[in-house]
Design a protein around this ligand. Structure first.
Ligand code: GNR
Ligand code: NI
Length: 179
């Protein structure tokens, strides 16, 4: 089942998210639907708040872009360390259709999370995966990539943001958004 992707202006994107106490069938169903929704929208990641669920879960699949990559599920993630080095990358977000801006973030992180079997992982991550993990983790923290921009850049985006919030800009699944 495809979920509707929630875009800028929806309260759920600015709502606290809850830890997932138990990975039951309903969570597994949500994960499956999130992958389906992410692929249909041609995104590389998707966080639960983007599909109207205020829980601490996101999915990522970089396999269309990178060799040796596979689907990943991050449940109750915690980024507990950031490297010193920063990098720039032009980000997009399914919740901010038509907007692309350069965002500066740490290039390496350390993250703890549970997988779909509840197994705990503790990993050091770098490269594009570290970038996308931070973007998705931000969604769980009620943060969007535009929050990382200078106030000047953000004011230049105001009109577009108002159009997104008023529904004037909509995304046809799999159109308009490319990596
Ligand atoms: O599909 C997506 N591409 C992307 C590119 C650069 C940095 C982050 C991302 S995540 C984004 C999908 C999305 O909005 N996830 O929340
Ligand atoms: Ni996003």
């Amino acid at each position: 089942m495809l979920y509707e992707i929630q875009t800028y202006g929806k309260d759920v994107l600015r709502t606290d998210t809850k830890q997932i106490p138990e990975i039951d069938d309903s969570i597994k169903q949500i994960v499956s639907n999130m992958f389906e929704t992410m692929y249909a929208a041609e995104g590389v990641g998707l966080a639960a708040p983007q599909v109207d669920k205020s829980i601490r879960l996101f999915v990522i699949d970089l396999s269309p872009l990178e060799e040796n990559e596979e689907k990943r599920v991050f449940i109750n993630p915690e980024i507990y360390a950031f490297g010193e080095e920063k990098g720039e990358y032009e980000e997009g977000c399914l919740s901010l259709p038509t907007i692309r801006e350069t965002v500066t973030r740490p290039t390496t992180i350390r993250i703890k999370y549970q997988d779909l079997d509840g197994k705990l992982h503790d990993e050091a991550v770098d490269g594009f995966l570290a970038r996308v993990i931070q973007h998705e983790y931000d969604h769980l923290e009620k943060t969007l990539f535009i929050d990382h921009l200078s106030s000047l850049k953000r004011s230049l985006l105001k009109k577009t943001l108002n159009k997104i919030a008023s529904g004037e800009i909509e995304v046809e699944a799999s159109e308009n958004f490319e990596l």
